[in-house]
Design a protein around this ligand. Structure first.
Ligand code: FNR
Length: 375
């Protein structure tokens, strides 16, 4: 067991030890054969950096800003559902860790805390919207507005749920029933089981409002049963409804990106949902160059970011910032808020070292000349 975690893989191993297998696999796994999950990593690994030498890198800067809001590094904490399964108050812990690191945190529709509770934690908070139903979406958007959120992220890559076979095998499915093997799994992780027993099983608290107290909506969200009819006209309607910044997450096609930009959206998040939805999809980092040619908007990216060097590669290829999903969850699953904060600091120190080694003292100076395109 890694006592002093040196890298993200060490946090992943610590999380694996603390969490029951069904929870760890829910976080760690992807859809079907996990081709896209692996491709996300392989695509980053295949990119080679081209360092410049004899550059004064004695002072380095990775602070940047997005939509005029300053952040200490070009990183955001991605929206993830059921964070309360990893640590009691998981969403609040992630929000606090992100605020300490001065990076944005994107609160999921499927959070275990309400939009309003997370808003109390403070920091640069964005809200991610799933369209379980149009009525529910309208009510969530209204609440996010009232709670002071300034950035809305519409996730568009979940018309139906990806087929997550690890979850099916582990019994992490809807409706959840305790079987002898899930009971053994949980009892084999007494620290986790004790924390959950003390704090109560996490709920999908955003769904427990007056409009949506019905249990069907909660289980639809848990099973990721979305309104699969949501399309371009609905996006335009959402654009009209939401007066602040709107981003669309889960785009992989440059033509779609151009059409989204034409709808008046403020930014695009290229993502394959961390390989959890369409198995066989491209890795976002592979489609990034085509996206930057197709739209002038800020482009963010996630899926497969595990090292500071990955962040640097994405910025060099034109991303404004990247999101990390599993990375901070491994930290949260290992050590709660402190673990998530340590993971963010780990990224910061890795980005800083890579900047020095490639001769780029300010992340604003990253461009494609830092990428080796020779065979
Ligand atoms: C997610 N993701 C996600 N996305 C979203 O828009 N709403 C959500 O509720 C969730 N929930 C969720 C749960 C878990 C456990 C994971 C791992 C991911 C996708 C997430 O925002 C992001 O796109 C990916 O996690 C990025 O890939 P990496 O960084 O995990 O490789």
């Amino acid at each position: 067991m890694p006592k002093h975690p040196l890298n993200l893989e060490d946090y992943r191993q610590l999380a694996r030890l603390r969490l029951p297998r069904l929870v760890f696999d829910y976080v760690d796994g992807g859809a079907e054969d996990e081709l896209t999950l692996r491709r996300n990593r392989a695509a980053f690994e295949a990119i080679r950096l081209r360092p410049r030498c004899l550059v004064d890198v004695s002072r380095r800067r990775q602070a940047t800003s997005l939509f005029g809001v300053a952040m200490d590094m070009p990183l955001l904490v991605a929206p993830t559902g059921l964070n309360g399964m990893l640590w009691p108050g998981g969403d609040l812990a992630l929000a606090r860790a992100a605020a300490r690191a001065n990076v944005p945190f994107v609160v999921s529709t499927a959070a275990s805390a309400t939009i309003e509770e997370v808003a109390e934690a403070g920091g640069n908070l964005w809200f991610q919207l799933y369209i379980v139903s149009r009525a529910m979406a309208d009510s969530l958007v209204e609440r996010a507005l009232r709670a002071g959120y300034k950035t809305l992220v519409l996730t568009v890559d979940v018309p139906v749920s990806g087929k997550r076979e690890r979850d099916a095998r582990n019994g992490f499915v809807q409706p959840f029933r305790i079987t002898p093997s899930t009971a053994l799994d949980v009892l084999g992780h007494p620290r986790w089981a004790w924390q959950i027993a003390r704090h109560g099983a996490p709920q999908l608290k955003n769904m427990a409002s007056a409009e949506a107290s019905d249990i069907d909506t909660q289980s639809a969200l848990l099973a990721r049963q979305m309104d699969a009819s949501f399309s371009w006209d609905d996006l335009r309607r959402l654009r009209d409804r939401w007066p602040h910044r709107l981003l669309v997450k889960g785009v992989l096609n440059a033509e779609d990106a151009a059409r989204i930009a034409a709808c008046g959206v403020d930014g695009i998040i290229i993502s394959n949902h961390g390989g959890r939805q369409l198995d066989g999809a491209s890795a976002p980092i592979e489609v990034l160059p085509a996206m930057t040619r197709a739209v002038q908007l800020p482009i963010l990216l996630d899926s497969g970011v595990r090292r500071g060097a990955d962040v640097v590669k994405a910025l060099a290829l034109g991303a404004s910032a990247v999101l990390i999903g599993r990375a901070t969850l491994y930290g949260l699953g290992a050590r709660g808020e402190d673990g998530a904060y340590e993971v963010l600091q780990l990224f910061k120190s890795e980005i800083d070292r890579v900047q020095a080694l490639i001769g780029c003292p300010d992340v604003a100076g990253l461009d494609a000349t830092f990428i080796d395109t020779s065979q």
